[in-house]
Write a protein that binds this ligand. Structure first.
Ligand code: GLV
Length: 319
């Protein structure tokens, strides 16, 4: 079996693959799309990164391809329907990403609410000129507040548990309502999207990026939110209409936002960089050494499980 990686990292996480198969890494960098296009014909398995497009054009160049193993839980970079039609399996890595992403979402909530990085920035920039006083840097509580989670999959549920531990009330909106048993266990209430937008003090996006979730937060949704609301996005950038968010934050129609992902690629709109009421991180939801290594092991297990049939594979199916 010949395996092609689009990226190179943590070889120890992929050691079990290198022991068994013929594996090609780009050696200290990522392969470009063109490089993968020119090589893919001879490979059985493609190990892709979440930002690498595995589209029809690429799949059509891959007569031997049997499996696309994505390094991520999100797989919006892959044309899954086309791959599956062509008899190619697709796999992802949900388990190792759940806790770190939920932790970052909670971290962003606390950061925006308590103005942690804003105060850090001011202290560094102003030094002794920073006004310090018991009423100078007032933030808001998360305890006793309502969190609205849009997308109640594994990460949404993990965030829910953390928020409940912090004394928050949690409401959620999802494609499908959870079972009564699960809702009771998690202590959450299902509401419509509109009700969530109107009621929540914090809104966290934890849904996959699909045609249905594109701009799930746009101008109209921002208008429904409380003027004190804080929006958190650790899912995918295009879930939020970033231009509409700039307007809402600039006009102080919502209190603030914490974004780990951006609509137009790796960087936020420049207007967002100028705003104090926001925290921006460069897609670090799973950037811990532990998570990275566990994700590498999950990719390896998916590939070995698919080829040898000796362990479970996290398969992704047609929508
Ligand atoms: C990261 O963004 C992931 O989808 O796992």
């Amino acid at each position: 079996m010949k395996i092609l990686f689009t990226y190179d990292m943590f070889r120890e996480g992929f050691a079990s693959l290198e022991e068994r198969y013929e594996v090609t890494f780009p050696e200290g960098r990522d392969f470009t799309y063109e490089e993968v296009m020119s090589r893919i014909a001879e490979y059985d398995v493609l190990c892709s990164m979440f930002d690498f497009p595995v589209n029809k054009e690429l799949i059509d160049q891959a007569p031997n391809l049997k499996l696309i193993a994505n390094y991520a839980v999100g797989y919006n970079n892959i044309d899954v329907n086309y791959a599956v039609e062509k008899g190619i399996a697709v796999a992802n890595t949900p388990d190792p990403v759940t806790a770190p992403t939920a932790n970052l979402a909670l971290g962003l909530m606390l950061d925006v609410a308590r103005r942690i990085t804003e105060c850090d920035r001011k202290l560094r920039a102003l030094g002794k000129n920073m006004k310090i006083g018991i009423m100078e840097n007032l933030g808001v509580h998360i305890t006793g507040q309502t969190l609205g989670i849009i997308g109640m999959g594994r990460i949404g549920k993990a965030l829910c548990k953390r928020a409940c531990a912090c004394g928050m009330e949690v409401i959620y909106y999802n494609r499908r309502q959870l079972s009564l048993e699960e809702e009771t266990k998690l202590n959450v209430t299902y509401v419509t999207k509109e009700e969530l937008l109107v009621r929540a003090d914090f809104i966290s996006l934890n849904a996959p990026y699909t045609p249905e979730t594109f701009h799930i937060i746009g101008e109209e949704e921002l208008k429904l939110m409380k003027p004190t609301a804080i929006l958190i996005n650790t899912a995918r950038g295009p879930l939020v209409d970033e231009h509409a968010l700039v307007r809402a934050l600039t006009e102080k129609r919502i209190r603030g936002a914490g974004l780990d992902v951006f609509e137009f690629g790796d960087y936020p709109l420049p207007e967002l960089l100028a705003l104090d009421n926001m925290v921006l991180t460069p897609h670090i939801g799973t950037q811990t050494t532990h998570a990275r290594l566990e994700m590498a092991r999950a990719v390896s297990n998916n590939v070995i499980g698919f080829i040898e049939g000796d362990r479970p594979v996290n398969r992704v199916y047609k929508s």
